[in-house]
Design a protein around this ligand. Structure first.
Ligand code: ATP
Ligand code: MG
Ligand code: MG
Length: 554
């Protein structure tokens, strides 16, 4: 499906172009550099870039950096990297903080027009006097200061004469408006704080509701797309653009944010996981960040296909996290070489196979893509199979190995379990099997059938590797509220103790040449990615991206 063909924003854009409301489309992706991007941001990135692209327009990357306390250049760099990795090229790169001079002048203009005033109420007093949905707010005692006094006080705020929280600049709109956002919203606050871009040049900072519409207008953005929580802010957005006499007229449109099952998605919560050491960084493969998904092994193609499939709507909904898995399976099916890995090894000695002999078997790299060629797999008297593939006392319909049973080794021979070796504790440590040379794979042997096919790795050439298997970070299914900033820290009590399992096993010898971010399909286990952080010369570390079986098809 091509979801962009059926999205309401596209309808608006094509109408605007047809009617001549705009002559080109300019969008922007406006992250606040206060954390790493997550899969929700990917939805917004794909929407903004693909929309402009479809109409021959342009997309800017703009850092919405108006809150000095939370922002950092580390985040700026990671955001640029992630947008590029997803496959998008921004037209212009901007920082809202580069507009601080112009924003300050526009605020002065509002003061001169009698549309803004300096208010000495504390943040708590402002909140308390704002009223409710059923009761109008109360006018500030400072609301009727003269233009001259406001201009003077605002300049002195800028010059650093007042402490944090002692004064703000407010728009003078309507304390009885049914829309709470229109009840004299704060436009500027005092914050004596070092800013990642402007250093200590400023000690007053514009609020989002003032900075965002003006930044859009300065850049000539035509369609400013944001998530639904901002729907109530739209009248204020329009008021700011109009009252500040901006020459261009951006319009805000809202779409539903992405919420996914089993996925925590606010930067604030994700930052807690990092700060508390619950994960090994923003790029931990369990994180829904773009960098975490990349390290786990997701591809840009899969993420973009996912974003297209979920589409853009105006009602909030919860997307099944298995949908993302579907797209990575689809993408890797024809790309990933297939190979065998034993994650929890059990040694098997094939007693009738000549000692010291090694034969090399041939197998296709990907049976669905013959052009990917063939690989050589060693076979000898000692191999590893999966501990799970043997049971001493199996239930009915168990077709893997058990005493007296015969199975097929993928690409090799039938083997039959003759003897079970245990240690002093009664743990099975080795199996003794026999093989039948007649049954060699590829010879067309049809003498008898077996029901189980096992993967395996030859012992003397096996390359040790670790395998990291993942589950969601939180044990209980969580449905996130859009207003995630308001929720408490209870989520840390629901940590899933099994979110990471590390196994030590073996892979085929040709895997020695595997490099960071290479992806493979391990027979019966699923798709794996070579971890870029933990893999060293002598130690291969694989992250499981997704298992093979899909319980879900959109
Ligand atoms: P968070 O709540 O996770 O901190 P945010 O909205 O504060 O996210 P911003 O950096 O302000 O993050 O977001 C940049 C852009 O990405 C905004 O346009 C925002 O609406 C959009 N965005 C953020 N989260 C989602 C989401 N879950 N689904 C879709 N778009 C999102
Ligand atoms: Mg935001
Ligand atoms: Mg935020």
């Amino acid at each position: 499906t091509n979801a962009t063909s059926s999205n309401f924003i596209k309808t608006i854009v094509s109408e605007d172009l047809k009617k001549g409301v705009v002559d080109k489309v300019i969008t922007r992706f406006p992250p606040e550099p206060n954390g790493y991007l997550h899969i929700g941001h990917a939805k917004s990135i794909c929407l903004n870039f693909e929309l402009a692209d479809e109409y021959g327009g342009r997309t800017n990357l703009r850092f919405d950096d108006t809150n000095p306390l939370k922002e950092d250049t580390e985040y700026v760099e990671s955001i640029k990297e992630d947008v590029r990795w997803l496959g998008f090229d921004w037209d212009e790169l901007h920082y809202a903080s580069n507009y601080f001079d112009e924003l300050y002048e526009r605020a002065q203009l509002l003061i001169r027009k009698g549309k803004a005033y300096v208010c000495d109420l504390s943040p708590d007093e402002i909140r308390a006097s704002r009223g409710t949905l059923t009761e109008p707010g109360q006018e500030s005692p400072y609301r009727n200061r003269s233009v001259e006094e406001n201009a003077d006080l605002f300049e002195r705020m800028k010059n650093g004469e007042f402490p944090n929280g002692s004064k703000v600049l407010r728009a003078k709109i309507d304390m009885a408006s049914p829309n709470l956002n229109m009840r004299d919203p704060v436009l500027y606050r005092i914050s004596h704080a070092e800013h990642h871009n402007t250093g200590d040049r400023w000690c007053i900072y514009p609020m989002y509701d003032f900075a965002h519409p003006l930044s859009d207008a300065i850049e000539g953005v035509t369609h400013s797309l944001c998530t639904l929580e901002f729907e109530d802010h739209r009248p204020l957005y329009d008021w700011v653009v109009e009252q500040c006499e901006m020459p261009s007229r951006p319009r805000q449109y809202e779409f539903a944010r992405l919420n996914m099952t089993n996925t925590v998605m606010s930067k604030r919560k994700l930052k807690r996981f990092v700060d508390e050491g619950i994960v090994d960084g923003w790029d931990d493969p369990r994180m829904p960040t773009i960098s975490g998904l990349r390290r786990k092994g997701y591809t840009p193609e899969a993420i973009r296909a996912f974003a297209r499939e979920i589409g853009v709507a105006r009602s909030n909904s919860l997307v099944d996290d298995r949908m993302l898995d579907h797209f990575i399976r689809e993408d890797l099916k024809l790309k990933a070489p297939r190979t065998m890995a034993v994650l929890q090894p059990l040694k098997v000695v094939i007693t009738n196979y000549p000692e010291g002999q090694v034969e090399w078997l041939e197998a296709e790299v990907n049976p669905e893509v013959p052009e990917m060629g063939v690989r050589q797999i060693p076979f000898s008297r000692e191999i590893y199979i999966e501990q799970d593939d043997f049971m001493e006392d199996p239930p009915k319909k168990y077709f893997r190995l058990f005493p007296g049973n015969e199975v097929r080794l993928k690409h090799a021979y039938f083997i039959k379990c003759e003897e079970v070796i245990k240690d002093a504790d009664g743990q099975v440590v080795e199996l003794r099997c026999t093989y039948d040379p007649e049954t060699k794979s590829g010879t067309g042997f049809a003498g008898r059938k077996v029901k189980g096919t096992l993967h395996w790795v030859e012992a003397s050439h096996a390359v040790p590797a670790s395998f990291r298997l993942f589950e969601p970070l939180l044990a209980e299914e969580t449905e996130e509220q859009p207003d995630a900033e308001e929720t408490g820290d209870d989520f840390l009590k629901q940590l899933n103790p099994n979110s990471l399992q590390v196994l030590q096993g073996f892979v085929e010898p040709n895997m020695k040449s595997a490099r960071a971010q290479d992806k493979f399909q391990f027979f019966r286990h699923g798709y794996f990615n070579v971890d870029p952080k933990m893999t060293a010369d002598e130690q291969l570390v694989f992250n499981r991206i997704v298992s093979l079986k899909s319980s879900f098809d959109p």
